[in-house]
Design a protein around this ligand. Structure first.
Ligand code: NAD
Length: 285
């Protein structure tokens, strides 16, 4: 089968989806962004416009390019419409396995036979998503980092049945959008989420043992050269998201990944980090 990626469908216009649509359109691809409500699509397009204006004001893109980039992005609330002409579908809907499986089944029915499916999942094994389709060799992980327009690395995950040809196409796409591909094997959490979730969970245990979040973060910044400490990072990502990721790791890889009691307790208390105004630190909402 020959692949030729020109048209990209991005499913989900949220934190990740709008960034993926933006960087794809910046690289010259024709993009259709899909979500379940017009409001979500409008919000996604607003974020893209703000991000592009910022890049133009910093001289990172020419001011007259902005309209052309925006012109390459269309939107729809209809999955079939988004998918029918796509050469590559990048799925960035919420991290709920049943939801994603349902979407892959529908995509398989409406997409061209040569369409490639890439999931932006942070932790769910790609092989499970591929198994929902009759084309598992054409399903891979294309895991962008947040914020998408800024982060230079993209993790690419080869499911058990993903073909080498499809991985080559995914690498070409990542290079065309000016990013560098990091190749990962398909076990829950891959490389990035697995290591980050483990360190963040250990940081929770360190707090339980009496360490101050400020000291943990200071130690990792000054002694390990991290740009941000693990407690501040959890507050940024959301403690519920970290707990959910650890749940996927525990399911697939065993009890070593069980969320720390403090993490579970803070999630139950609604101390989710920046988004609720309180996590390891407090914030003005
Ligand atoms: N936020 C991050 O830092 C981050 C980083 C890397 C990967 N991810 C992964 O990216 C994916 C999306 O995360 P996000 O942070 O962008 O979530 P988000 O909640 O910001 O956005 C998800 C979007 O999907 C839409 N949606 C819900 N159901 C849908 C459906 N059936 N069809 C189409 N759209 C639908 C929602 O309306 C929402 O706009 C998840 O798998 C997540 O694990 C997130």
């Amino acid at each position: 089968m020959t692949f030729d990626i020109r048209n990209i469908a991005v499913l989900g216009a949220g934190a990740m989806g709008n960034g993926i649509a933006q960087v794809s359109a910046q690289a010259g691809y024709q993009v259709i962004m899909q979500d379940i409500t017009e409001e979500a699509l409008e919000k996604g397009m607003d974020t893209i416009k703000k991000s592009l204006s910022k890049l133009a004001s910093k001289g990172k893109i020419a001011a007259d390019e902005v309209d052309a980039i925006i012109g390459r992005i269309t939107t729809t609330v209809n999955l079939e419409e988004a998918a029918k002409d796509a050469d590559l579908v990048i799925e960035a809907v919420p991290e709920v396995l049943e939801l994603k499986i349902d979407i892959y089944k529908r995509l398989d029915e409406v997409c061209k036979p040569e369409a490639i499916f890439g999931s932006n999942t942070s932790t769910l094994p790609i092989t499970i998503l591929g198994a929902a389709t009759k084309r598992p060799e054409q399903v891979c992980g294309i895991h962008f980092m947040n914020p998408v327009p800024v982060m230079p690395g993209v993790e690419l995950i080869k499911g058990r049945l993903t073909s080498d040809e499809v991985m080559d196409e995914a690498v070409k796409y990542v290079e065309k959008i000016g990013r560098e591909a990091c190749l990962a094997v398909d076990y829950a959490g891959f490389i990035v989420s697995r290591l980050l979730d483990v360190v963040q969970n250990e940081a929770c245990k360190l707090v339980m043992e009496g360490n101050e979040p400020e000291e943990i973060d200071k130690a990792m910044k000054l002694c390990a050269n991290w740009p941000i400490g693990p407690c501040a990072l959890m507050d940024l990502v959301g403690l519920d998201i970290v707990e959910h990721g650890l749940g996927t790791l525990e399911n697939d890889l065993g009890p070593a990944y069980k969320a720390a009691p403090l993490l579970r307790q803070m999630v139950r208390a609604g101390e989710l980090g920046r988004k609720t105004g309180r996590g390891f630190y407090t914030y003005n909402k």
